[in-house]
Design a protein around this ligand. Structure first.
Ligand code: ADP
Length: 606
């Protein structure tokens, strides 16, 4: 039998060749692509370049299988590859694309306007072709193209796009599986990392808990010892006191022992109560105006004999301008300073203790800080203990048996310092000594008046009158040097109301002439209030001239600048006190009274 001769019309041949060529090109172009993104964009690009489509959008089903999500799109709306600003979401079953996903059948729509499923997003798109991407019998996505011409898509287009979809499907599914795998791996890695972190946190928490528990047990043992020692003395000496045959000197000495040991017990109980309150968050600082000079003098008067009893030196130095009245909880500040200084004395056997006082602006230049440095030449503290020294119940082993303490002092002090807006810092070298630095916030920089160091009288030989209780300026002559009439009138009013006599000059030159003339008649004022910025002669020059002429009257500088440099500049020029504007009328007279009071102390003392 002879084979029937096959006949091909030229058109069919051309179409077949074209078909093979497109598929071949597409297959080649996909060879090197691995990521899902690359594969999808390549499919969209091929549909346009090879098939002459205007656009091509690729949707893939999401994990729920209920929605198609746009993953790639080429065409006028998405000219730049890999840039999809708002991925379109189509629920399966909705619109033409949605029904292809639901049925798995190709949809070739000659006139979209006649198809009720068509979701119009662009009225010029008249025909549409949507083919499913099927993998192992299941729809995983849809390839979709629209065109402005009616009946644009041919049967050839259907065949080509379907073949491209089925060629791409395996690759897409593999890439999807890779993506899923990668995200599972990443998830596992994240879980592993977070488990490692949790384990680390638990390890640290356990170490802390063990440490705390050890500290508490040793604290209880220590406390028991600390309570028994003074109790033994109290019971013992109390018993001796009941004996009738003893001399009054002996009885006096024993009574003294009972008192000293009771005081110690009481102090310890107070520490414990303070700590309990701090830990329960009950503690609130009682912030009021406090006379710093008085507080510091008290603390030094208390500590000096302790140092001297151990034959240690005890130096107190005031460095730079000092705030006169600060806003703080004076009781807590005092307790903290006493604790730092008494520790320094306690843990020093040779040399001594230096206490340095200074003030500085905090980092944002708004608040004033009061700084106390306590430096000793004592036993020092080892590096490993430095970190825990502010934790409760910490006592360095070597010192525990020697010292009369509970290991609570520094914890309480650090908590107080924090409550007062500050901190305690520590540097130490074993065998050489320690430097404890206490900083506390003492109120706004611009409303805190500062005095020259000489105003800080740190001795307690003469009975002191509390400055804050002196509220009147009777018989006081105040010379106001101020060019602003409004401010002059305000000051005059406040001063006269408090009983002062007021003189006035409108600039530095007038003031120097007038004050020197009064001086010649032995009628110098008791106080000069000096504005620093004035025409003709400013305050700095006037103060310098007055001081050169031997005038010792206290001068209060008043400026509208509130930075530390200004304070220093005023004090360098010879002013004694710095007050920044605006003045606070409620505090003004108190502050002047305090200045006069200190000036008197210094004068009597010198
Ligand atoms: P306490 O003095 O009641 O034991 P603290 O909390 O005040 O408690 O101090 C804790 C420990 O820190 C002290 O027992 C001591 O070992 C160490 N310490 C504190 N101050 C100093 C200092 N200036 N020099 C050396 N060691 C110090």
């Amino acid at each position: 039998m002879t084979k029937p001769k096959q006949t091909f019309d030229l058109d069919t041949l051309r179409r077949k060749a074209r078909y093979l060529e497109v598929i071949h090109e597409f297959a080649l172009s996909q060879v090197d692509l691995n990521s899902l993104d690359e594969i999808l964009w390549n499919v969209a690009k091929t549909a346009i370049a090879q098939l002459g489509f205007l656009d091509c959008v690729i949707y893939l089903l999401d994990e729920t299988g209920a929605n198609l999500i746009q993953k790639a799109a080429h065409g006028p709306k998405n000219p730049i590859a890999h840039d999809i600003f708002k991925p379109i979401m189509v629920p399966v079953g909705e619109g033409i694309v949605g029904s292809v996903a639901a049925t798995g059948n190709v949809e070739r729509i000659a006139n979209t306007q006649l198809d009720p499923r068509y979701i119009t997003d662009d009225a010029n798109r008249l025909s549409e072709l949507a083919v499913p991407i099927i993998h192992q019998g299941k729809v995983i996505g849809v390839l979709d193209s629209e065109h402005p011409e009616l009946d644009f898509f041919s049967e050839d287009h259907v065949q080509l796009l379907s073949t491209i979809a089925s060629l791409a499907s395996t690759r897409i599914e593999t890439a999807l599986a890779m993506q899923r795998l990668q995200s599972t791996v990443q998830q596992l890695q994240r879980t592993e990392r977070s488990l490692e972190k949790k384990a680390e946190e638990l390890r640290e928490a356990k170490i802390r808990a063990d440490h705390a528990s050890r500290q508490k047990s040793s604290f209880l043992a220590n406390m028991s010892h600390e309570i028994r020692t003074p109790m033994t003395a109290i019971v013992g000496y109390g018993d001796l006191l009941t004996r009738p045959d003893k001399s009054s000197e002996e009885r006096f000495e024993w009574a003294e022992q009972v008192r000293r040991n009771s005081d110690h017990l009481l102090g310890m109980m107070n520490d414990l109560l303070d700590l309990a309150k701090i830990e329960s968050g009950e503690f609130k600082p009682d912030i009021r105006n406090c006379e710093l000079n008085d507080l510091v003098t008290d603390v030094c008067a208390l500590m000096r004999p302790r140092a001297e009893a151990k034959e240690l030196y005890f130096n107190v130095e005031v460095i730079g301008p000092m705030p006169l009245i600060i806003e703080t909880d004076s009781l807590r500040l005092r307790q903290t300073m006493v604790n730092l200084i008494s520790n320094a004395v306690k843990f020093t056997d040779k040399g001594g203790v230096d206490v340095r006082l200074r003030s500085a602006a905090n980092t944002d230049n708004r608040q004033l800080e009061f700084i106390v440095e306590v430096e000793d030449t004592g036993i020092g503290i080892h590096d490993e203990t430095l970190k825990q020294i502010f934790e409760p119940f910490t006592q360095v082993k070597e010192t525990a048996h020697k010292s009369f303490g509970t290991g609570l002092g520094l914890t309480i002090s650090q908590n107080f310092a924090r409550m007062l807006g500050g901190v305690i810092e520590l540097q130490s070298e074993p065998g050489k000594g320690s430097l404890f630095t206490l900083r506390i916030d003492c109120g706004p920089l611009d409303s805190t008046i500062c005095v020259a160091p000489k105003f800080f009288n740190l001795t307690r030989d003469k009975p002191r009158v509390r400055a804050l209780s002196v509220r009147r300026l009777d018989d006081v002559v105040v010379h106001v040097v101020e060019d602003s009439v409004a401010i002059k009138l305000l000051l005059q009013h406040l001063l006269e109301e408090a009983g002062a006599e007021v003189r006035h000059s409108a600039n530095g030159k007038e003031a120097v002439d007038s004050i020197l003339a009064f001086g010649k008649q032995s009628q110098l004022p008791n106080l000069i209030l000096m504005d620093m910025l004035m025409p003709i002669m400013d305050g700095y020059t006037a103060v310098t001239k007055l001081r050169q002429a031997g005038i010792r009257t206290p001068i209060i500088a008043m400026t509208a600048f509130a930075f530390l440099d200004d304070r220093d500049k005023c004090l360098k020029a010879g002013c004694d006190v710095y007050m920044s504007k605006p003045i606070d009328p409620a505090k003004f007279i108190d502050q002047l009274a305090a200045c006069l009071h200190y000036e008197e102390q210094v004068r009597i003392g010198s």
